[in-house]
Ligand binder design. Structure first.
Ligand code: ADP
Length: 544
């Protein structure tokens, strides 16, 4: 016997329809590339998204054709999120921090038909358009009177002129919820980038799950600031979950420095923000330096890289802001786990609670996870055994776009490339990426643990731990450190700082001070780049 409930596909257009009808007056505020603040409402966003859909129909774009973006977080990008996917095309967000040739490669691989870009990236588009074989239309995300002349970009038009010519009456089409909705390429630290192709169904289920109380706990009373870029895994799904919950949305545009982000948080009474640790470090530095307070910010999701314990502590204890440590990846839409305490843990002494908050957290409903040893045998959830982390669920990739890299699954599970422990309460903790873990004398040393200790030293601004070849131990850890401006600390002082904080054999063999640690296109430390930088390096014990 079948159930007798209505069949309604889970489509991205239903989110914008809901936001317009039930939260039409909620604000969407954006800092523009010109520096000024633009504000309107969800209902105006919905009307303009319908114009986008009509404009794409006008270009005779078939269902599933790709519309690419090179854009900051802002209202026009939001309209494309809904106008492109809602009308049955695929939104392909490209990370503008990639090299121009990588961007050209990606647009060709994705066979993008349209490219919409912020004028910040005009130079990139001028450099690559001749190589982008599939792109038929170029749209600059600007007013008609700001459209640059003589760019050499064929048929370049302004977004405002493009959608102004359209009606805002549009009937969102209904189709299979498994249809592709958006495309995001992994940053490709190893080999060519691979595309994760999300569906309407996966996007909606992810939005439901991330909005829940033990996840991001989004509500119509929240003002949400996605500092995480809309080109980085759909800003962790926030444009969708904010529409679902009816939140006010606040977009930072290109201004990600501490001062600009702080002003937006205070000015727009932001209650919830999300971003990678490097951005929050800039914010905390600004707030500390100027002795400021947060008057409305209550929660912040920090993920994409391990959040240093000192950051969680400072947000919580100095500023009363709850940090939700989260873990995920492009292949997971991206959220897999979030760290919110269970009732039992609220009764734990502060130090033990702190140790829990450091973990990457519990799996969302919809994500299953396990850890396995090298031979694929599942390991116990005892918080000690560490193994390769595998996941599955309706918003985890089954295969990459165009079958790149072959079948990624192992018996139906997606291997994340991360190494982790899981404790008996189900809290997962990443100890490393499998390629960064340091193998010393047959034992594994967590580079994240070493970095966390170094980062707790008051003179350290940034720390990266890498393994260096050793004839006896295979590898030994060293820690590469950027000092805070004006701070002093010696190699010996820093090594002493490790005493009692980790097992003796895990203490790094050396400290190397550098001016900067190379960062990747999503703001994460680039360990491969760092190893290259130090390829002449020799451990002190091996020097003659
Ligand atoms: P890429 O894999 O291309 O660098 P992703 O944004 O998909 O880009 O990164 C996913 C990876 O980032 C994860 O596999 C994990 O190694 C790391 N990561 C994400 N969140 C965390 C976190 N909270 N703690 C530690 N590592 C994290």
């Amino acid at each position: 016997m079948m159930g007798l409930m209505q069949q309604q596909p889970l489509l991205i257009s239903t989110l914008i329809k809901h936001a317009e009808r039930h939260h039409g007056d909620a604000a969407v505020v954006s800092r523009r590339i010109e520096g000024d603040i633009h504000r309107y409402t969800w209902s105006e966003a919905a009307a303009r998204a319908r114009r986008v859909a009509n404009a794409l129909d006008g270009m005779e774009l078939a269902p599933s054709e790709r519309v690419a973006t090179l854009a900051w977080n802002g209202y026009r990008h939001l309209e494309l999120y809904f106008g492109v996917s809602g009308s049955g095309r695929v939104l392909h967000t490209i990370n503008p921090r990639l090299l121009p040739e990588q961007i050209a490669w990606i647009t060709n691989h994705a066979k993008d038909s349209v490219l919409c870009f912020d004028l910040t990236f005009l130079l990139i588009v001028q450099q690559i358009h001749a190589k982008c074989r599939s792109i038929r239309h170029y749209v600059a995300l600007c007013d008609a009177d700001r459209l640059p002349r003589d760019t050499g970009i064929p048929g370049l038009m302004s977004y405002e002129a493009w959608i102004d010519a359209q009606s805002d009456a549009y009937e969102w089409p209904s189709f299979d919820e498994n249809a592709a909705s958006s495309l995001c390429y992994t940053s490709g630290t190893t080999g060519d980038p691979k595309g994760a192709l999300y569906s309407h169904r996966s996007t909606l289920l992810h939005a439901f799950a991330t909005a829940l109380p033990d996840a991001m706990s989004l509500s119509a009373r929240d003002a949400v600031l996605p500092v995480v870029p809309m080109f980085h895994v759909n800003a962790w799904g926030l444009p969708y979950s904010a529409a679902l919950a009816g939140c006010k949305l606040v977009f930072p545009g290109p201004a990600l420095d501490g001062k600009s982000v702080y002003e937006l948080i205070e000015g727009e009474r932001v209650t919830f923000a999300a971003g990678v640790p490097t951005v929050w470090q800039m914010l905390l530095n600004h707030v500390k330096e100027k002795s400021l307070r947060f008057s409305t910010l209550a929660r912040t999701v920090i993920g994409g890289a391990a959040c240093p314990p000192a950051m969680i502590k400072s947000f919580r204890e100095d500023y009363g802001v709850e940090v939700l440590h989260a873990w995920g990846m492009t292949e997971m839409s991206p959220v897999g786990t979030l760290c919110t305490l269970k009732n039992r843990q609220l009764g734990l002494p502060p130090a033990e609670q702190e140790a829990v908050r450091l973990k990457q957290g519990r799996a969302l409903f919809g994500v299953d996870m396990k850890i396995a040893d090298r031979d694929g045998h599942e390991l116990p959830w005892d918080g000690k055994d560490q193994g390769n982390l595998l996941v599955k669920g309706p918003w985890v990739v089954r295969e990459y776009f165009k079958g790149a890299g072959g079948d990624p699954l192992v018996n139906g599970w997606f291997p994340t490339g991360d190494v982790a422990t899981i404790d008996s309460d189900g809290f997962m903790q990443i100890t490393d990426r499998s390629k960064d873990v340091i193998k010393s004398g047959g034992e594994w040393i967590s580079s994240i643990e070493i970095e966390n200790i170094a980062m707790a030293h008051p003179a350290v601004a940034m720390a990266a731990c890498i393994g260096v070849k050793h004839p006896k131990w295979d590898e030994r850890p060293i820690v590469v450190v950027v000092k805070k401006a004006g701070a002093t600390v010696t190699r010996e002082e820093l090594l002493k700082f490790f005493e009692g904080k980790t097992a003796k054999w895990q203490v790094p063999d050396d400290v190397v001070f550098v001016d900067a640690i190379p960062l990747g296109s999503t703001g994460k430390m680039l360990k491969a780049g760092l190893r290259e930088m130090l390829n002449e390096y020799c451990l002190p014990s091996l020097r003659r």
